[in-house]
Every structure is written in C-alpha cells, then in structure tokens.
Write a protein that binds this ligand. Structure first.
Ligand code: EPU
Length: 293
C-alpha cells in the first residue's frame, strides 16, 4: 500500500484541486530526466492547457511554493533529496499549427518533431521546444534562436506576453527566458531546410555516447575552444565517482552507469573543473542546469 502523502504534498494537492488534469504527489523525478537521476517532487502536475499551467504557476507563487518547469528533462540534474515544491511538466502542451510556412507549437512539443519539420541543425537534440528555446539549444551548425519568429511566455505578474526575436535576447545556450525564469508557453518558427538531417544524426551517433543515460554536454564550450577536447587532453576520459563517469566516447558527457547519484555527478564535475584549470588555466562553466531549491 502506498504511504499517505506528506503535509507539503497535500497542501499542493489542495491548492490545485480544481484544475484540470492529474496532480501526482511525491512523484519520483529520475524517470522524467534523461540522466535518470534525482529524488521526488512534492508534486508533479501535467497541465492539459496553457491556461492551467499559468494558473498553477500563479497559485504556487502566491502560496510560497517553489516551482520548476520540466520540459524533456534532458539538461537537468535533480538533487538526490528531490525538489521541495511543484514540478510542472509541459508534456501535454503539444499544439501544432502550420500556416504560410510558419510553424506554431506548444512548449511541450518534442524538438525532434520540429527538427524533422524543418530544423536540420537541431537534429538529434533531445527535449522539448520550450526547453530548447529557454537555453537556445543548438549544434555547432546553429541554434534554435535563429529560427524563432516569436515566443509566448509567462511574466512574473501572471500576464502572458509575446516576445519578438530581439526581445528574446538569445546568446550561446541562453535567453531572457532562462535568465528571468519565464516559462515558455508557445513558439513560432520558420523552417531551415538547408542541410541534411541524417548526416547530423549519424555524426552524433558516431561521436556521442547515446547508449547510456546522460544530460548531453555538461560544460559550455569556452569561446573558441571545445570543452570536450580540453577534458580529453586532461586525461579525464573514464574518470569516475560512484556510477557517474566521464564518457570514453565524448569527454564532455557524463554518463550514468546505473545507480549514479546527483552528488556523484557534482563531485565529478568539480574534479573535472579542477583538473582542466590545472592543465589549461580555463574554468569550464556548466551547461547542465543544476536544480536548486
Ligand atoms: N573532442 C576531443 N575529445 C572528445 C570530444 C571532442 O578531442 O572527447 C574534439 C573533437 O575531435 C573536435 C572538438 O573536440 O575536434 C569538438 O568536438 P565536437 O565536434 O564533438 O563538438 P563539441 O563542441 O564538443 C558541440 C555541442 C554539442 C553538439 C556538437 C555537434 C556544446 C557544448 N556542445 O560539441 O552539443 O552536439 O557540437 O554539433 O556546444 C549538447 O549541447 O548537449 C551537445 C552535445
């Protein structure tokens, strides 16, 4: 028999009780991340509509609960102790509308679908469109920001606003939405059909460890340099803390060999940063989003 949810989870269930869709108390978050790491949320809610998502954020805020938006969970490290608040999954927000060559999609749409529609440079990137926009996901050929026509996002005061591409302030793996923690709700894009999606997928399969759980590249590339190369040249491939290991195939990946804890990953991250500083005098900053509560 399942244990009864604790006080915090029950309080969240209460404030969300009239919203559509299911709220799951004390939901384990590891299965919702590509790293397969992390403890439980106080509650996980998958709003079926944009309006329900907005309302849930507004209520969590006004009742003083921490909240976290979960897209594809592909660049996320959830602490072992979990998240003491409301996790909102965008998975059900998958509206899809094509008009005059423009695609408008909900934040929870898998990025792979958009890549197939017309985003070859985004081929092979996991996650959702909302998460990809927030962190301006991309490959070395280009980033999603270059295809954006507009982004609808939630402001801190509960209003919804549409942003022009300039207002999104896209930079390398970053945007206004990530910096200000504004939930992305929907995105309009133009296609980019210049290159070959399949070549990129094959390149990725050849150079990256796609067979083990990971969060993709852990560190940002320093300007003009490659984090993977720096880590490799520091002799760190195969370095291991618990079940977290620096990939032998691509040194900027940390893989979960099975039972890695968030703490193992964080220790390995520090170890890599220290060794690369010693060897090259370069401090590697994180691309991985470490959840703090
Ligand atoms: N390299 C090594 N050893 C390694 C890994 C790479 O020597 O273990 C060398 C490669 O030989 C190459 C250079 O480093 O000369 C760059 O490597 P790669 O072509 O794999 O590109 P990257 O800069 O490491 C970036 C993105 C990837 C994206 C690839 C392909 C970042 C931090 N990484 O990797 O994105 O898939 O280009 O376009 O921007 C991600 O963001 O999660 C990610 C994997």
């Amino acid at each position: 028999m399942e244990a009864r949810p604790g006080d915090g989870a029950r309080a969240l269930l209460r404030i969300l009780r009239d919203l559509p869709g299911k709220v799951r108390p004390e939901e384990p978050l590891a299965p919702h991340t590509t790293f397969r790491i992390g403890g439980r949320a106080l509650a996980l809610y998958r709003p079926p509509t944009e309006e329900a998502l907005v309302e849930a954020v507004v209520r969590a805020r006004s009742h003083g609960f921490p909240w976290l938006l979960l897209g594809g969970g592909s660049k996320l490290l959830v602490p072992d102790r979990g998240f003491p608040g409301l996790v909102l999954s965008t998975a059900a927000l998958r509206a899809w509308r094509e008009e005059d060559g423009t695609l408008t999609v909900g934040a929870g749409t898998p990025l792979s679908r958009v890549a197939r529609w017309g985003g070859w440079k985004l081929a092979g990137i996991p996650g959702t469109v909302g998460g990809a926009v927030a962190m301006n996901a991309g490959t070395r050929y280009g980033s999603i920001g270059e295809q954006i026509l507009s982004v609808r996002a939630l402001l801190p005061d509960g209003r919804v606003r549409t942003f022009t591409p300039e207002e999104c302030r896209f930079t390398y793996r970053d945007s206004l939405f990530r910096r200000l923690r504004l939930p992305v709700l929907a995105v309009a894009l133009r296609p980019d059909r210049g290159g070959d999606l399949r070549t990129l997928l094959a390149e990725r399969a050849r150079t990256q460890p796609l067979d083990l759980p990971s969060a993709g590249c852990v560190f940002r590339n320093p300007p003009g340099q490659s984090a993977g190369w720096l880590i490799d040249q520091s002799g760190l491939k195969g370095a291991r803390v618990g079940d977290a290991v620096v990939s032998e195939r691509h040194a900027n990946f940390i893989c979960n060999l099975g039972r890695a804890r968030a703490q193992d990953v964080l220790e390995l991250v520090e170890f890599v940063q220290d060794r690369v500083v010693d060897r090259f005098g370069v401090w590697l900053s994180l691309e991985l989003e470490v959840v703090e509560a």
